[in-house]
Design a protein around this ligand. Structure first.
Ligand code: SR1
Ligand code: MG
Length: 403
């Protein structure tokens, strides 16, 4: 029967599994076990021995930060399934699933105890902008490999059937990111009264509401690729030269621009919350690096698919003949448009929705925080405005620099 583990339970659990105990080395009594839960949903422990460490994650029957919000346990199943799908394509950019327990809903991956959460690293000072290049690689490789551009439709559809069952967490995304902030809802909150008129204006903006409605429909009805589904800067662990994407429990099929948009939005939230006068070039470089690498890698992988394999046995979604560069560029442009839209919704929900980000707490006074959050909401409004002409990542960066 399922039971929630504490540190002592984790020690006994790991000691019982030879391949994990071997990774740690020494004897269980000498292992260091500590709880490092940080996200909203799960318990996380690090167990370390003389030879190495593991990270153990267990689902709770509720949201970790709100025990009254009950929740089924199956999210670790989807995280393990996501890792098994994408790890072969991005082995140096995520962690390997070392163990999954379908009764205790425990997932064990390698420990990243020498890494920092990217959000924390950004709050502490400048980071290496190549981190964003690596995330561009991650998004391009994980999405291309699981899309109809790379695989016969039978394989893709079977995977879609599996991840279509990740409905509890997809419901969270649909509600928390794509619905609640635009209506009065008890889960929304903001501390700064100065934001209320901005929120009212956002909700009264009919074209913006129509765009958000379209993005919600697009998220649910365009299964382009297997998404990470929650690719914010808290889902990335990094050192100067090694970057890993973690926490794929929100994995689902959807539009590729959703992963890209969430990553870019969180870099932008870091930019808007950095102390005034701080040079914006790091954040601009990060967004540019991310997009350039994503586009280049995605197109290179697509190029390698040409010419299509024998159409009699490989029912790819690609054309029977070579695909024109114009068609490929149009596909990438449509991902850019989705990216900008989902970026706007992520910024909005991180400021007025249920789950805020720590970034703004670095600002010294409530007045500073209100001013920067207001500016971020105004930028998000531009991202969600059908009137804003953005045809390239440069247009997007120009718009960002104007705000
Ligand atoms: C109740 S879960 C709230 C948020 O935390 C997760 O990390 C996701 O971002 C989700 O939207
Ligand atoms: Mg998470």
């Amino acid at each position: 029967a399922y039971r929630t583990l504490d540190a002592a339970g984790v020690r006994a659990y790991v000691a019982n599994l030879a391949h994990l105990a071997e990774r740690l080395g020494g004897t269980p009594a000498t292992w260091q076990v500590r709880e490092v839960s940080d996200g909203n949903l799960n318990m996380v422990f690090l167990a370390e021995g003389p030879a190495g460490g593991v990270c153990l994650k267990q689902a709770l029957p509720h949201v970790r930060v709100d025990p009254s919000w009950k929740m089924p346990l199956d999210r670790t199943f989807f995280e393990a399934a996501y890792l098994r799908e994408v790890f072969p394509h991005v082995p140096n950019l995520t962690t390997e699933c070392l163990h999954f327990d379908p009764e205790q809903f425990i997932l064990v991956v390698e420990s990243l105890s020498g890494h920092k959460v990217l959000r924390t690293a950004l709050m502490q000072g400048p980071v290496n902008p190549d981190i964003a290049t690596r995330i561009g690689q991650f998004v391009a490789r994980s999405t291309f490999a699981t899309s109809l551009l790379a695989e016969p439709f039978e394989k893709v559809m079977n995977r879609r059937i599996c991840f279509a069952r990740n409905q509890t967490l997809t419901r969270i995304t649909v509600d928390l990111i794509l619905t609640d902030p635009y209506i009065p809802h008890p889960r929304n909150h903001w501390a700064e009264p100065e934001l209320t008129p901005v929120v009212n204006a956002l909700r009264a903006n009919a074209p913006l509401r129509t765009r958000v409605d379209a993005l919600r429909l697009h998220f649910l009805s365009n299964p382009q690729a297997l998404l990470h589904g929650d690719l914010h800067t808290g889902s990335i662990m990094t050192t100067e030269d090694d970057t890993r994407v973690i926490d794929g429990e929100f994995a689902t099929y959807g539009p590729i621009g959703f992963d890209a948009g969430l990553f870019i939005a969180n870099v932008i939230l870091s930019l808007f919350s950095s102390p005034s006068g701080q040079n914006s070039s790091l954040h601009i470089n990060m967004i540019n690096n991310f997009w350039q690498e994503f586009e280049k890698t995605f197109l290179t992988l697509w190029e390698a698919q040409n010419p299509p394999q024998d159409p009699a046995t490989h029912y790819y979604s690609t054309a029977l003949g070579p695909i024109s560069q114009t068609h490929k560029q149009a596909f990438l442009n449509s991902i850019l448009q989705d990216t900008i839209g989902f970026c706007g919704t992520e910024i909005v929900r991180r400021i007025i929705g249920y789950a805020h980000v720590a970034d703004f707490s670095a600002l010294p006074t409530p007045t500073h925080r209100a001013a920067r959050k207001k500016a971020a909401l105004q930028f998000a409004t531009a991202c969600l405005s059908p009137q804003t002409p953005i045809f390239s990542i440069q247009d997007f960066l120009d718009l960002l620099l104007k705000n």
